[in-house]
Design a binder for this molecule. Sequence first.
Ligand SMILES: NC(=O)C1=CN([C@@H]2O[C@H](COP(=O)(O)OP(=O)(O)OC[C@H]3O[C@@H](n4cnc5c(N)ncnc54)[C@H](O)[C@@H]3O)[C@@H](O)[C@H]2O)C=CC1
Ligand SMILES: O=C(CO)COP(=O)(O)O
Length: 343
Amino acid sequence: MVHKRVAVLGAGSWGTALATVLADNGCNVMVWARRKELAEEIDQHHTNQKYLPNQILPASIHATHSLRDAVIDRDIILFVVPSQVVRTVAKEVCPYVKENAMILHASKGFELETYKRISEVLIEECVDWKERLAVISGPSHAEEVVRRSPTTVVVASESNQVAEEAQSVLMNSYFRVYTNPDLIGVEVGGALKNIIGLASGVAAGLDYGDNALAALMTRGLAEIARLGIQLGADPLTFVGLAGIGDLIATCTSQHSRNWRAGYLLGRGEELQQILTEMGMVVEGVKTTQAAYSLARKYQVEMPIADQLYSILFQKKHPKQAVSELMNRGRTNELDEIRGFRKS
Ligand SMILES: NC(=O)C1=CN([C@@H]2O[C@H](COP(=O)(O)OP(=O)(O)OC[C@H]3O[C@@H](n4cnc5c(N)ncnc54)[C@H](O)[C@@H]3O)[C@@H](O)[C@H]2O)C=CC1
Ligand SMILES: O=C(CO)COP(=O)(O)O
């Protein structure tokens, strides 16, 4: 295995977990943390108590508060910050990133102002990155990865060589990495599953059972695929790890911040209060806004996303939203998946 020099930009739960995988694989890892105290905690005490409590990190992981120092002379730059701040971080590091460095990202969302995918945002900020960029996605809760619990992910790139290089750097005995050429589908699947994760949490908060969960996941996947196909994705990607795989992990796990936020909404708590108390990124909230607009732009039906939008931003009662979903006009399952609908 080639031992690369990697910068991990973002010291939240997922950045720290991916840093652990890379350190286990013998890479020289430098994590960038926005807060100086967190950089010092990771660098000197080998912990990240806020995001991954009670976990001892490999002592070989170093951390810095300086973005410039983090990326200088690194072979791989891995972006793992919340989707809405990718552009700012990319703009700041672009001048310091080594020529030919591989650019990876693991963020799951769209940029709200532009509705762009994260790879599109990265390329806009640094056009040179286009040929050497890949995304990591799939069912991978950070809390389980740091325990070295068996996990499978997918890396997608338009360049097969870049995808295979990323695969060989990340893969190990507990972290199995598949490649996929469908960058669009993998990014869209990773982003949109958070909407259905939130909706599944709402259903649990309302004390609905397995039937409702199965309905949300199945019909949720249909609407993810409908929008994804319009955005240029390969439909088969949605039956892979970045589609159904991540949907299962998010909709059925209490590790999921999206599921938890949805659960509390279903229990009647206020969105702002939930987000403040959680203190972690809940990507599905902004992704629901993006999907609401994208569905209209591309004229795609996304009834679950639409109802979740009304719960989140228009104070619709979750039970009312469920009633409206159940009482939609009659339809044919397969026509809907294919995107055909009787008016
Ligand atoms: N946690 C997980 O298990 C997984 C998370 N992801 C994705 O990874 C991305 C990052 O998520 P997590 O690490 O889980 O988040 P987190 O909530 O654990 O931590 C957020 C991180 O972003 C930083 N941050 C917040 N605002 C910032 C700003 N303005 N500028 C720079 N940094 C800022 C915080 O300081 C913190 O380090 C998200 O897109 C998420 O969907 C993907 C797969 C698994
Ligand atoms: O993407 C994830 C697991 O694959 C993490 O989901 P949450 O952001 O909902 O915790």
